[in-house]
Design a protein around this ligand. Structure first.
Ligand SMILES: Cc1ncc(C[n+]2csc(CCOP(=O)(O)OP(=O)(O)O)c2C)c(N)n1
Ligand SMILES: [Mg+2]
Length: 351
């Protein structure tokens, strides 16, 4: 992952980074880099394990790391993440343990959902991370409902609704933005525009000039952001969250990223992506862009860089070993956590 000659540099001086990120900018940048490398390492390992039949399903977020890590770092514990398909790294940054997540990926007895949810659909209540929805767009009105509940109960916090470019064509997207705009709810819409909805390019998704521009129709603002530039993503998230916390209603951020893997393990992008796609994506790789900036600005000596990679590999390996050493859920647990404790076995019909 050393910076290739064609990587597009992050266009900031350290002073400019401080303006976007605040006084602790260098620790934020280094922490972001470590998390992004962990995400990248996890994606590579899990895709290989899926091919070996050791995990059933895995959805990579390679290319989305700047967005996912910035969302984890810029939010507060009282905020909620309502994910689309690829935001699992945000849950880890917010404090969900890598081990627990890996137990979930292996659907073993220490998976909090005890094997009942599809792999790579974690839920992490302790960090306010809602289970992801594979049904495109349905999570967007859920986030709006959550924001409505937060405000009704006078709870602090913002609901962040994540979704892809493809989801902006779903009815739920429009209904959700309409309610949020009308009710001025504390919700931040985060569109991870990776330019593809499986094989449909974003150019065929809409005639609108941008996905961010769609917010205008619902009475609030939207901004398009380079989602491979960690500094821009973090800065925009921070200011949008501050506006929402100040009671100014919803906001839409469109993060333009590059999907650097097939859509899923059942997809062959060579059949529809232009031959230039991979090079263009590599030039906008969020991990190499941040790494290159840190190296150029003398914040990441070679031995520290090596240590970040070694630690990421070691923690992923340890989590996989722990999961593979854990038995599958006891079949008898199938009906546990299903019925409320005051529904008796007799009335539930469960023998
Ligand atoms: C309601 C619904 N329609 C179709 C699908 C099949 N499907 C799964 S992922 C996907 C594309 C999603 O694209 P996008 O929203 O851009 O997210 P990305 O996968 O690029 O992150 C589609 C159409 C689905 N899961 N749900
Ligand atoms: Mg997409």
């Amino acid at each position: 992952m050393s910076p290739g000659p064609s990587v597009v540099p992050l266009p900031y001086s350290p002073d400019q980074v401080e303006q976007h990120l605040g006084a602790d900018w260098s620790s934020v940048m280094l922490s972001a880099y470590r998390w992004m490398v962990l995400g990248r390492t996890l994606d590579a390992r899990m895709q290989a394990l899926q091919r070996q039949g050791r995990v059933g399903f895995y959805g990579a977020a390679t290319g989305h790391e700047a967005v996912n890590v910035a969302a984890g770092l810029a939010t507060r514990p009282e905020d909620w993440i309502v994910p689309g398909l690829r935001e699992q790294l945000s849950a880890l940054v917010r404090g969900h343990s890598l081990e627990t997540y890996t137990h979930h990926l292996f659907a073993d007895d220490r998976d909090p959902a005890r094997g009942r949810n599809m792999p790579c659909h974690p839920t992490a209540r302790e960090v306010h991370y809602v289970s992801m929805s594979s049904v495109i767009g349905t999570q967007i009105p859920h986030a709006v409902g959550l924001a409505f509940a937060l405000r009704s109960r006078s709870d602090a916090g913002v609901a962040l609704a994540f979704f892809g470019d493809g989801a902006t064509s779903a009815n739920d997207f429009h209904a959700a933005l309409n309610f949020a705009g009308d009710l001025r709810l504390p919700v931040l819409f985060c569109c991870a525009n990776n330019q593809w909805a499986i094989s449909v390019p974003v150019s065929r998704q809409t005639a609108a000039p941008s996905l961010a521009s769609k917010a205008t129709a619902y009475g609030f603002a939207g901004t398009r952001v380079d989602g491979t530039d960690f500094v821009a993503v973090y800065g925009h998230l921070r200011s949008a969250l501050a506006e929402i916390r100040a009671g100014h209603g919803p906001f839409l951020l469109e993060f333009v990223v590059y999907r650097m893997t097939p859509h899923s393990s059942s997809d062959d992008p060579k059949r529809y992506q232009p031959p230039t796609w991979n090079d263009e994506a590599a030039a906008h790789d969020p991990v190499t862009r941040l790494e290159s900036w840190l190296v150029t600005n003398h914040l990441l000596p070679a031995d520290e860089r090596a240590r970040v990679f070694t630690e990421a590999e070691a923690s992923v390996r340890a989590a996989i070993e722990a999961a593979e050493g854990t038995p599958p859920p006891n079949p008898g647990s199938l009906t546990e956590d299903v019925y409320s404790p005051h529904v008796s076995a007799a009335s539930s019909g469960v023998p």
